[in-house]
Design a protein around this ligand. Sequence first.
Ligand code: PXP
Length: 258
Amino acid sequence: MKLRLGVNVDHVATVRQARYRAIEKGMSPEPNPLEFALEAKRAGAHGITVHLREDRRHIQPHDVEAIAGKVKLPLNLEMATTEAMLRYATRLCPKNVCLVPERREEVTTEGGLDVRAGKKAVSRAVARLKKAGITVSLFIAPETEQVEAAADAGADFVELHTGRFALAAGRAGVSREVKRLVLASNLADSLGLGVNAGHGINYANVRALFDVPNLYELNIGHTLVARSMVSGAFHAVREMLELMEGYGVSRSKKPGAA
Ligand code: PXP
């Protein structure tokens, strides 16, 4: 089965928000996550992921709605299990929702969802989202108890957290983390769950995940945005230099001269 790529565009918005907190008339906020998503589609991506965080630190509701309306790819909305977000998702009805834990102080989603501890609330949320026709995934650590709890909660998919895998040092460390992912993936598959994976996957480590069976989709964000910035730098600088070459050419007269 071909491995699908879900492109997470959150950090395009992170760069935009660094300059444009509030958008006022006359501003042209850039970069635009919608444009990045359209380019990702052009390149062959299979889906677009956005995380609408409670603190709105990167993606804004208008980004989600623009991407949902204009990018003809399945949208995967990552969100916390809160009443406000459940209402938002059941109104928007994206193809997929991935429930993730959210802590305001974290830089990015650091741990998996503790489905075992919060099974009642998670099960209720899953049922509500599924009733609205949404496919539901739970972002969990690759642990037996969490996979079992995800199946009990009625999820369609689990997204296995690859953060520990991405940070593993040396061959032995990587192999230990891959083994955890293999066990979790096989268990999820045997319980009828689809299996995605994400967090910290990059150009250097993606191949090590080929040993993990049953993978349907990888959700990747940071490394794609980082690579785009560097690989696009040459053309961005060239284009500005070309524009600046017009200096003195178009200004043939001194200001105020008749
Ligand atoms: N999957 C989930 C559930 C995430 O929350 C994130 C972002 O933290 C990702 C995938 C993408 O991770 P990264 O930006 O490290 O590729």
